[in-house]
Design a protein around this ligand. Structure first.
Ligand code: SF4
Length: 206
């Protein structure tokens, strides 16, 4: 059992990318990551964001997430980071489900997801975004997303994994225009892969 959950920010917004783009979610950004990618564009350190802080129990955290929701239906929480699987555990997953939440996950794929055992509760939507040129620990899910370009990473090695959606997403840095062109070119040459556009980059959503 966890002694606490560390949260960078907790915001009601619309999912910005991937197959669920435009869907209302409480974005729950956990603090900390187990990788240090040189192209990382996410601030996941500290607990100083909107709604951030330390939560001492799964009930306390789930209650805070529920408090952000303004509709009475279709509750969804998007667990992201950093790497959310450093903290998202079975008790928290169960507590979200007990409150009627659909639990969406964005992970770098280096840690097995909780709730995959027979008869256990499962995460409702899994998005894996590998950052290394190796088969991820998490080999199945709803979508796989490659930030592009990534040196020494070949998206082709993930094509046989058990995912329903394959995304190429332009790396967001000072070469964004070139990265977008390279991503479009990759999808044209490899049509299994679709272009993921980060809508929050131009809508002003978090
Ligand atoms: S895995 Fe994601 S959040 Fe972690 S350092 Fe890499 S890009 Fe940043």
């Amino acid at each position: 059992m966890k002694s606490s959950y560390r949260v960078k920010e907790m915001i009601l917004t619309l999912q910005g990318e991937g197959a669920l783009a435009g869907t209302a979610v409480v974005l729950l950004r956990f603090e900390g990551c187990n990788l240090s990618c040189d192209f990382c564009d996410t601030d996941f350190t500290g607990m100083d964001g909107s709604g951030g802080g330390v939560f001492y129990t799964a009930i306390e955290l789930a209650e805070a997430v529920e408090g952000k929701w303004i509709s009475e239906t279709s509750l969804s929480v998007l667990c992201t980071g950093g790497e959310p699987l450093l903290q998202l555990d079975l008790p928290l997953l169960q507590e979200f489900h007990r409150r009627g939440f659909r639990v969406l996950l964005e992970t770098n794929g280096t840690i097995a997801v909780p709730g995959e055992g027979a008869g256990e509760e499962k995460i409702d939507w899994i998005c894996v975004s590998p950052k290394k040129n190796e088969i991820p620990v998490q080999k199945s899910g709803d979508e796989i997303k490659i930030v592009w370009p990534q040196e020494d990473l070949d998206p082709g090695m993930f094509e046989k994994l058990d995912f329903n959606n394959f995304w190429i997403q332009p790396r967001f840095d000072r070469n964004y225009k070139e990265n977008m062109k390279a991503s479009i070119q990759y999808c044209l040459k490899n049509p299994l892969w679709r272009l993921s556009v980060q809508t929050h980059r131009f809508t002003g959503m978090p």
